[in-house]
Design a protein around this ligand. Structure first.
Ligand code: HEC
Ligand code: HEC
Length: 431
């Protein structure tokens, strides 16, 4: 069995992938120099509810190769927005730290890190205002045009601050980063599936991202660079490993954590099974209570029905991963007028044949398909290592996992009790 190494303060601990001693499963603190060129395998990064790590089937991660290189015309790499400490996504915590550290000139805030292309960037205050959507909700700017063949037009935009002369040819949406990990059973790629599907989709996005975010001009990146990027994402399993209340998430028969995730089957009936063993624990101590709460949360996720017999797993149907295996898109109402943060533009969209009107902050899948029925639809993202990368939803509208639970409870009138809500949030934090 291969050996791996974890550096914790003043100590070097050795462990095997199967039976883990020391961090991240225990309580010890760890720190990794931010300029470190090696990411030790399964390295424990702290987050609000505990610690998460990424286990790579290829061992320690040398931070060299295309993912970690500047491939375009600005100072960004993929790691700029797909940060290992944030479950290979990007949290508002990291964004705010970077702003404070650099006065808003970190590569994160270049280009699409501003609300509008024409924003004033001359002072720290100006840059703070220009990147307000990044700082408050971890949102990047995307310029969009509607397809020629479509069933609707955008007829008005409220609150859009950027300049455009024809809304149907140029409008802006703001989206949060998706995690570049746990691609074992990836289906549609990008929030609206415009990246395509599965491994082919990842390869396409590995190249496309360089043009989208790094202002590359000229030809595509090389095939070996695409290989490097796709192999990295495929080799990684990321998950919460340790929880402040429940402690080790792989104790007493539980199968939480990144190492377990790397060995879980990628098929099976919808639902999570990793905390099954915790549903029958006995004991009044705080750790046992916290473990039981997580197990109850898992049961709610799997079986609580609402809105005509749906469960959370109707859409999040990939076992123990939580994305949608069929590559389907759903309108959960996140992009609706009712859920709108006032900083976001609100688009009024009119159906060309019926004249029906809908108001949304982002047209989602509809932008790609041109179909009326796809307006406001998004993919259900993979649900592991969530605690590493707040905020949540494509528009960052849920600051915490408790906010996610409140959103669903309201939106689908689920009728969760206070305890149910806590249990479900505790479960999501332990993924
Ligand atoms: C400026 C920030 C930024 C940079 C730099 C960046 N990304 Fe992303 N990435 C995003 C955002 C935002 C999304 C979601 C966009 C969407 O779906 O519309 C995303 C989505 C993705 C996805 C889709 C994941 C999924 O589950 O569908 C992949 C894969 C990806 N990025 C890979 C890369 C690679 C590879 C690089 C480097 C070449 C890169 N990204 C650079 C912000 C960034
Ligand atoms: C009708 C389909 C559907 C149902 C039912 C559903 N989800 Fe989702 N879920 C989605 C979609 C689509 C998204 C992305 C929405 C967006 O960002 O616009 C999402 C996003 C999420 C996210 C945010 C992930 C991230 O990375 O930002 C979490 C967490 C989540 N869902 C948990 C749940 C829970 C818990 C339930 C049950 C109470 C549930 N979902 C029920 C479709 C669904």
């Amino acid at each position: 069995m291969r050996k791996w190494m974890v550096l914790s303060i003043g100590t070097v601990l050795f462990a095997t992938a199967g039976a883990v001693y020391g961090a991240p499963e225990d309580d010890s603190a760890a720190s990794l120099a931010s300029n470190s060129t090696t990411l030790p395998n399964n390295y424990p990064f702290s987050n609000e509810s505990g610690r998460a790590s990424s286990f790579s089937t290829q061992g320690d991660i040398e931070k060299t190769g295309a993912f970690f290189e500047k491939l375009g015309n600005n100072d960004r790499t993929c790691e700029t927005c797909h940060t290992p400490s944030d479950g290979w996504g990007l949290s508002t915590r990291t964004i705010r730290d970077a702003f404070r550290r650099t006065g808003g000139v970190d590569p994160l805030f270049e280009f699409d890190g501003h609300n509008c292309p024409e924003d004033d960037l001359s002072t720290v205050d100006a840059r703070r205002a220009a990147s307000s959507l990044m700082l408050s909700k971890a949102l990047l700017r995307f310029a969009k045009a509607l397809p020629e063949t479509r069933e609707y037009d955008i007829i008005a935009a409220d609150g859009l601050k950027c300049t455009t002369s024809d809304l149907n040819q140029l409008f802006y949406v703001y989206r949060k980063t998706l995690a570049a990990t746990n691609f074992q059973n990836v289906s549609s790629v990008l929030w609206d599936g415009r990246g395509g599907n599965g491994q082919t989709g990842l390869r396409q996005v590995a190249n496309g991202a360089v043009f989208q975010h790094s202002e590359r001009v000229g030809g595509d990146i090389r095939e070996d660079q695409k290989d490097h990027i796709v192999n990295l994402g495929n080799s990684l399993s990321s998950a919460q490993s340790w929880d402040v209340s429940a402690k080790s998430l792989s104790a007493q028969g539980a199968l939480g954590g990144a190492v377990n995730l790397s060995t879980l089957p990628t098929s099976g009936p919808p639902g999570f099974t990793i905390y099954n063993a915790w549903s029958s624990l006995y004991g009044e101590d705080a750790t046992t209570q916290a473990r039981r709460s997580i197990a109850r949360g898992q049961a709610i996720f799997n079986t609580r029905t609402f809105a005509g017999g749906q469960t959370c797993t109707t859409c999040h149907n990939s076992q123990n991963f939580g994305n949608n295996l069929n590559g389907a898109f759903f309108a959960t109402g996140v992009a609706s007028k009712e859920n709108r943060a006032r900083e976001l533009p609100l688009y009024t969209v009119a159906n060309r044949s019926t004249g029906a009107i809908v108001k949304v902050t982002d047209l989602g899948r509809g932008i790609e398909s041109g179909k009326w029925e796809d307006i406001g639809k998004f993919k259900p993202p993979m649900l592991r290592s969530l605690a590493s990368r707040p905020p949540y939803f494509h528009d960052g509208s849920a600051a915490t996992l408790s906010d996610v639970v409140s959103f669903y409870n309201r939106r689908f009138s689920i009728g969760l009790s206070y305890q149910d809500g806590q249990d479900l949030a505790n479960f999501l934090k332990a993924l």
